[in-house]
Write a protein that binds this ligand. Structure first.
Ligand code: JFZ
Length: 437
């Protein structure tokens, strides 16, 4: 072996060491782990879908669904002048609702930025008569109320040429120039925007990506993007609505219009892809995410409460969506739902916040949450006079009503629990406290 071989060998060795170093599995920082814990305790957040699409009152997909051309859609910012928008009022409402965080659509698939972006003039300050940085106002107001803020950020873009060629969606949008497709430029653009969002608005506790499914086989540079986020704000939690098992570098897993493991929508996350990261389910109070004038699907208090409680029974947060109107107001019935949840949480918060999911998965009849040796059995509105739960692996010592501490008769044999339901079981959610060994 001569010197040349030794040098070559050394170079190879160094090469492979540095290669394996850069391929090291993601190690979340202590700040990140601490924030995951906070997230996993918080159980309830408010999702906000708001953008210039609200002007048309036909949901946030209107550009795609109505095949609006690029130029036509670009008129919308001129009509976006939400004179009733009051970030402080919103923040007070979210606080009243008992929400611990919000997730706001900083930029949806239409590509319009709701902040004063320096790398895209297609934004609320530069293109709307409103001229105010909505992201800034919202973050400040929420932080003043002690509510943390996460940003929804669309990976998919129906506006920019560099995103082209089109993916699974946006094919009917006229006026885009496919010859200008430039993927590396698009990725760099997203990084620049994320850098702004994570540099100019104080502490941001999560980025909620969406749209990967538009180009599932594209190289999204997620490793780089996630590293950038964690470098700029180590505590910032990364999640991605790709409906797959978590990717390297992600800090929580979300389930859209779903419960973990159920895939009720058909395009959701499959049971075997449910991971161990903190979980969040998301759903709407209305039928759609963004404001839709003719949306007649209005979920009742009973329905949204059940979603919150079932989510908690799965050990998951609920991110419940409102779709503000183009004037900046949140529709009355959506406000009502939030306030009702807040009132309920004032009484029953102990059985939701900071709990873990129970050993038995929630059903349409009940859900279990747990803290230490207390198990909270939530029984949804029912006419039944008794309830049984099989395969309950706890040793139950005592059953009492959460309100009023009344003892409830029960039997627990062969892991099968049977109990008499008190007459108050016509409540939206009757909560019983099981003391276990
Ligand atoms: C996505 C968005 O498209 C939607 O506008 C909203 O923001 C929601 C929270 O997230 O919804 C999806 C995601 C994936 C599919 C459909 C809707 N899909 O794979 O068919």
């Amino acid at each position: 072996m001569n010197l040349k071989h030794v040098i070559c060998g050394l170079a190879l060795l160094i090469g492979s060491v540095s290669a394996s170093y850069s391929q090291q599995p993601y190690q979340p920082s202590p700040e990140n782990l601490k924030n995951r814990e906070w997230f996993d305790q918080s159980r309830f957040g408010v999702f906000i879908h708001w953008g210039v699409y609200s002007v048309l009152g036909d949901g946030e997909w209107v550009m795609n669904n109505q095949n609006i051309s690029l130029d036509e859609y670009a008129m919308l910012p001129k009509f976006f002048n939400p004179i009733s928008f009051d970030a402080k009022e919103w923040a007070r409402l979210f606080k009243q609702a008992g929400a611990k965080y919000i997730t706001f659509t900083t930029r949806h698939h239409d590509g319009f930025s709701m902040w004063n972006s320096q790398v895209s003039d297609y934004n609320v300050v530069k293109k709307s008569p409103f001229k105010r940085d909505i992201v800034k106002e919202l973050v400040e107001a929420c932080h003043a109320e002690g509510i943390k803020v996460m940003f929804y950020y669309s990976l998919l873009d129906w506006h920019r040429d560099d995103y082209l060629p089109v993916g699974k969606t946006g094919g009917g949008i006229a006026g885009r120039d496919s010859t200008k497709g430039d993927w590396n430029q698009y990725v760099q653009f997203m990084k620049n925007q994320l850098t702004e969002l994570l540099s100019n608005y104080g502490e941001i506790d999560g980025i909620w990506f969406d749209g990967h499914w538009d180009k599932p086989n594209e190289d999204w540079h997620f490793k780089e993007i996630y590293e950038l986020i964690h470098k700029l704000q180590p505590q910032c939690l990364v999640g991605n609505n790709h409906h797959l098992a978590p990717f390297e570098g992600e800090d929580f897993q979300m389930f859209e219009r779903d419960l973990p493991g159920e895939n009720t929508t058909g395009f959701g996350t499959k049971a075997h892809d449910v991971g161990k990261l903190p979980k969040e389910v998301c759903g709407t109070i209305a039928g759609s995410w963004g404001f839709e004038l003719k949306d007649r699907t209005r979920k009742s208090f009973q329905e949204v409460l059940k979603y919150l409680v079932k989510a908690a029974g799965h050990g998951s947060n609920l991110l419940l969506n409102v779709g503000p109107m183009p004037n900046g107001e949140i529709q009355d019935y959506q406000q009502e739902r939030l306030k009702e949840l807040g009132k309920w949480l004032e009484v029953y918060g102990e059985t939701i916040y900071g709990t873990e999911g129970g050993a038995v998965s929630p059903t349409d009849e009940y859900a279990l949450t747990k803290r230490g040796n207390q198990v909270y059995l939530h029984v949804f509105k029912t006419d039944k006079k008794e309830l049984s739960i099989s395969n309950l692996p706890y040793q139950v010592k005592k059953v009492k009503t959460f309100i009023g501490n009344k003892e409830i008769k029960f039997s627990h044999k062969n892991n099968s629990l049977r109990l008499d339901l008190p007459s108050s079981s016509d409540e939206a959610d009757l909560v019983l406290t099981l003391t276990i060994k």
